[in-house]
Design a protein around this ligand. Structure first.
Ligand code: LIP
Length: 299
C-alpha cells in the first residue's frame, strides 16, 4: 500500500470490482454518445479560462449523461466533473469525470480524445488528500478502453475483444525515451511550459503532444509512450489514467516526491521516472516563475 492510501478509506475488494465495471460501462456509453451524436455543425458553446479553453454542447451532454447514470446507480456518492456542477459525497466515493478529455481535438475532428471516469476516495480538491480506486478511459474513435481497480491490475480492451493486461516493460534510458506532454490554455503558462520543454527535449529521444492527458498517461501504461509530464492538469484530466498507469507498474507523482497535482505530474516506469523527474524539476527551476496567476508554483 502506498503512502497516499494509508490514511484513506479503501472500499472492499468486491466493491472495487463493481466500481470498475460501472466506470467502464459509463465511459463506453458516453463515448458512443459523443461520436454517434456529434453535430455536423459542432461549434463552441462557450469558453472557460481563456478564449481557447472551449466547451462544446457534447461536453455538457456527456457530463449530464454520466451524472444521471451515476446518481441512479450510486445516489450517495459525490460527483466532480470538468463542466459545471458538482456534489459532495455522502459515502466514501466521489466520481471524478472528464466527459471529453481533449476537447480541442474533438472540436477539430482529431481522433485523440477520451471519456474519463474515476471513482476516488478522499478530497479531490486537495492535492495529496485523495486517490483513485477504480476508473476507465475510453477513446471512442479507436475503441480503446483502458480500465483498472486498485490491486486489480490495468487492462486494455479494443472494441469487442478480450481484456489484455498491461504491464510496463523495462524502460529505455532517458535519452532513448519518447516523452508525452501538453500545454495549457493561458499564453503566459504556455511560455513557461515552453521554457521547461526546452530543458527536457534535448534529454529525451523525442516529444509527442497528443492533446489528451488521459490518453497520454494511458499510452505510458500501454508502452506507446515511455513517459509523460505536464503542468496544469485538473483531477478530472488524470484521475482514471493515474490508476491505469500505477496498476500497470508505473509511478505517477508530482515533483520532489509530491503527489500528482496541477503543479506538475510525471509518469513513467520507476527507473525512468527517477531520471525524468530530475530533469523536469531542474527545467522547472530554470524556467522561473509563471506569472500567469493560474495555480500554485510548480515547485
Ligand atoms: C486537455 C488535457 C491536455 C492538455 C490540454 C487540455 P481538456 O484537457 O487533457 O493534456 O494539454 O491543454 O487541458 O481541456 O481537453 O479536457
Amino acid at each position: 500500500m502506498d503512502a497516499l492510501s494509508a490514511d484513506l478509506p479503501l472500499p472492499a475488494p468486491d466493491d472495487l470490482v463493481g466500481l470498475e465495471q460501472l466506470a467502464l460501462e459509463l465511459a463506453l456509453e458516453a463515448g458512443r454518445l459523443i461520436v454517434d451524436e456529434r453535430p455536423a455543425d459542432l461549434g463552441v458553446s462557450h469558453t472557460k479560462s481563456t478564449a481557447t479553453d472551449v466547451v462544446t454542447v457534447m461536453d455538457q451532454r456527456a457530463q449530464d449523461l454520466l451524472r444521471t447514470r451515476l446518481q441512479a446507480a450510486r445516489p450517495h456518492d459525490g460527483f466532480l466533473g470538468e463542466e459545471e456542477g458538482g456534489t459532495s459525497t455522502r459515502s466514501e466515493i466521489t466520481w471524478v469525470v472528464d466527459p471529453i478529455d481533449g476537447t480541442v481535438n474533438y472540436l477539430y475532428g482529431i481522433p485523440s480524445y477520451a471519456v474519463s471516469v474515476a471513482a476516488v476516495v478522499g478530497d479531490p480538491s486537495q492535492p495529496g488528500a485523495w486517490r483513485p480506486v477504480a476508473g476507465a478511459v475510453v477513446n471512442p474513435v479507436t475503441a480503446q478502453a483502458f480500465h483498472a481497480r486498485l490491486g486489480g491490475g490495468a487492462w486494455l480492451r479494443v472494441g469487442d475483444g478480450p481484456d489484455t493486461q498491461l504491464a510496463l516493460a523495462d524502460p529505455p534510458q532517458l535519452s532513448q525515451a519518447l516523452a508525452g506532454t501538453g500545454f495549457g490554455y493561458d499564453a503566459r503558462r504556455r511560455a513557461w511550459q515552453t521554457r521547461v520543454l526546452a530543458g527536457v527535449i534535448t534529454q529525451v529521444r523525442d516529444v509527442r503532444r497528443i492533446g489528451s492527458a488521459a490518453l497520454d498517461i494511458c499510452a505510458v501504461a500501454a508502452g506507446t509512450l515511455d513517459c509523460y509530464f505536464e503542468r496544469g492538469l485538473n483531477p478530472w484530466d488524470l484521475a482514471a489514467a493515474w490508476l491505469v498507469l500505477t496498476e500497470a507498474g508505473g509511478r505517477f507523482t508530482g515533483l520532489a516526491g509530491g503527489p500528482p497535482d496541477t503543479a506538475m505530474v510525471v509518469g513513467a516506469a520507476p527507473t525512468l521516472h527517477v531520471a525524468l523527474e530530475a530533469v523536469v524539476r531542474a527545467a522547472a527551476e530554470a524556467a522561473g516563475d509563471e506569472q500567469d496567476g493560474v495555480g500554485q508554483a510548480a515547485l
